[in-house]
Design a protein around this ligand. Structure first.
Ligand code: ZN
Length: 260
């Protein structure tokens, strides 16, 4: 997607039913991008304010001249913008060097802060957990529940396969509820987590499958998923890290001791 900066004076007449559209509008403080609100391509936006983002980017609060709705764009101009004079630098760049300013993308719900996944979780499960957290943060409860169940499914199947025990029947192997019960029974999961596991119905027919998951149920599933991942991966990983540090300290002590 290509974006251009437009430094021309606003050309669209102010609509009669929108008397306040020119508040804050100044010549040159506008840019051109596709509008995520009305779908207009290469539309002119007026820049109202900007704040520093991750360097060298900043976040520019803009208004579409077609639909008059606001959008925050992620904008970069790595030569002209610095954090101390960021807004004025962006305004100057739009006026005098518009070719150096690029609109990266509009900020969206995907930019909502989500909690970090537990440590030492395998990458595939970790990325699904991040997706679950993001869905929960933006109120997509059924999607969050489905992602949590997928995390639980992958993690418990691997845990079951790692145990040096006779494989259970097919129903237990395939269904999350019976699999969790089997893991509790064989002490592969702590009994203290049994209460949290109540969010997983025995037949797997919970709200995530029916599309009726509410915020409380999705929150329960997310909590249980986090705790299970912490138990299965983070605790062991931290113990391994502590053991590595212990070995390193011993090796350093041995090398510091003079030979007889
Ligand atoms: Zn628009």
């Amino acid at each position: 997607m290509t974006f251009h900066i437009n430094t021309r004076k606003p050309h669209m007449a102010r609509p009669p039913n929108r008397p306040d559209q020119d508040i804050g509008r100044k010549e040159g403080e506008n840019l051109v991008a596709d509008c995520p609100r009305c779908g207009a391509k290469k539309m002119t936006f007026d820049l109202f304010a900007s704040v520093p983002g991750l360097e060298p980017m900043c976040e520019a609060f803009c208004q579409c001249r077609r639909c008059f709705r606001s959008t925050i764009f992620l904008v970069t101009n790595d030569r002209a913008i610095n954090r101390s004079h960021q807004h004025q630098d962006l305004v100057n760049a739009l006026k005098y060097a518009p070719g150096e300013v690029q609109v990266i993308r509009p900020l969206s719900l995907a930019d909502v802060l989500t909690e970090l996944p537990p440590l030492h979780v395998p990458e595939d499960i970790s990325s699904i957990f991040v997706e679950a957290s993001r869905c929960l943060a933006i109120g997509c409860m059924n999607a969050a529940g489905t992602m949590c169940r997928l995390c639980l499914d992958l993690a418990t199947k691997r845990r079951m396969a790692d145990l040096d025990l006779e494989s259970p029947n097919k129903w237990t192997q395939e269904k999350l509820g019976p699999r969790l019960a089997w893991l509790f029974e064989h002490k592969a999961l702590p009994a203290s987590m049994k209460g949290l596991a109540d969010c997983i119905k025995e037949d797997g027919n919970d709200g995530a499958h029916e599309g009726t998951l509410g915020a409380a149920e999705a929150g329960d599933l997310h909590d249980f998923t986090r705790q299970l991942l912490v138990h299965l991966y983070s605790n062991d990983g931290q113990i391994r890290e502590a053991e590595s540090r212990r070995m390193a300290r011993r090796a350093a002590a041995r090398s510091a001791t003079p030979s007889p």
